[in-house]
Design a protein around this ligand. Structure first.
Ligand code: HEC
Length: 143
């Protein structure tokens, strides 16, 4: 029972794209019980924040307000089956470092490139931690 529940959660939070097709009748009940972790909720916030910045850049606005709530990546609780391992910690530090650079108005690196560097870090961490949302994250790239 417990194992089934974990697998259900794993599919939803990390493989939601594929899971929708393969979902079987017997496991439906488990999905109904799914409550997103604090980190999963925060990740969706991070997605929105990043998408907002993308829209600003594309409309020629220079983002100048660092959203403090992004820092919650350091404290938000992960799903039960996941742990804050060294890999996660290393990537989250690197991610925040790059994220801060978006707001560095003195940087000589083009804004679009600093923005895309952040999206690529989202993807790098996801490649090792949670591959499901990658196709969605890729849409954040500014071409
Ligand atoms: C340090 C590693 C790391 C970084 C950086 C990272 N993620 Fe995540 N992301 C995760 C992990 C781990 C989960 C699964 C969280 C859980 O289930 O508790 C996740 C989950 C998600 C989810 C699925 C949430 C859900 O509803 O289940 C989305 C969407 C997401 N991340 C988007 C992003 C975006 C966009 C960025 C960059 C702005 C980003 N992530 C950066 C590790 C990371």
């Amino acid at each position: 029972m417990r194992i089934f529940l974990c697998i259900g959660i794993l599919f939803i939070s990390c493989n939601s794209e594929k899971q929708k097709i393969s979902e079987s009748e017997t496991s439906k009940k488990e999905y109904d019980m799914y409550v997103p972790s604090e980190m999963a909720t925060h990740m969706n916030r991070m997605f929105d924040i990043q998408e907002n910045i993308k829209n600003q850049i594309q409309s020629g606005i220079i983002p100048n307000e660092f959203p403090e709530e992004i820092l919650k990546i350091h404290t938000a609780k992960l799903s039960d089956f996941k742990e804050r391992n060294q890999n996660f910690e290393a990537f989250s530090h690197l991610f925040l470092e790059r994220f801060e650079l978006i707001f560095d108005t003195t940087s000589s690196v083009p804004l679009k490139q600093r923005y895309n560097d952040v999206v690529n870090l989202c993807i790098s961490c996801h490649q090792t931690e949670c591959t499901g949302p990658i196709p969605r994250i890729q849409k954040l790239i500014i071409k």
